[in-house]
Write a protein that binds this ligand. Sequence first.
Ligand code: PNS
Length: 161
Amino acid sequence: MRRAVCPGSFDPVTNGHVDVINRAAGLYDELVVAVLVNPGKAGLFSVAERMELIRESVADLPNVRVDSFQGLLVDYCRSQNIPVIVKGLRAVSDFEYELQMAQMNRELAAIETLFVPTAPQVGHLSSSLVKQIAGFGGDVSRLVPKAVDDRLRERAREGRS
Ligand code: PNS
């Protein structure tokens, strides 16, 4: 069985992430979307909320599983027997850091990285911009899955965005 992991913070998942997940799911038998648990960074959504939002956003993809991990990504890959990491590239500016991580992960554990160029329509998206716009009451409905838009609106109503 060919398996890969799509790791990230996903705080929250955007249409850009969904594009990469969709396309990677078409290339592997099973794709694990793994949310980083970062004890040093609270984030807007809890890891459990992020996982639930991803599940709702990719519910139409039967070969996608959502999980979380702590520590080194390569340790997670080894523990799950996953040999490939899939990353989306939005622009050249993403490439330098992503290349460095890909080379490091290969050196650490012989894990390969596959880069998927994002669709041009979502190349400008980032979770931090989405949070900033939603926090000021802007409309992000075209930038994120419906479940995320609903949740961000709820947060804004509660004054917690
Ligand atoms: O969505 P992000 O924040 O760009 O995702 C970055 C992520 C989670 C893929 C990266 O920070 C990561 O792999 N973190 C786990 C710690 C690790 O393995 N660090 C060494 C990288 S060479």
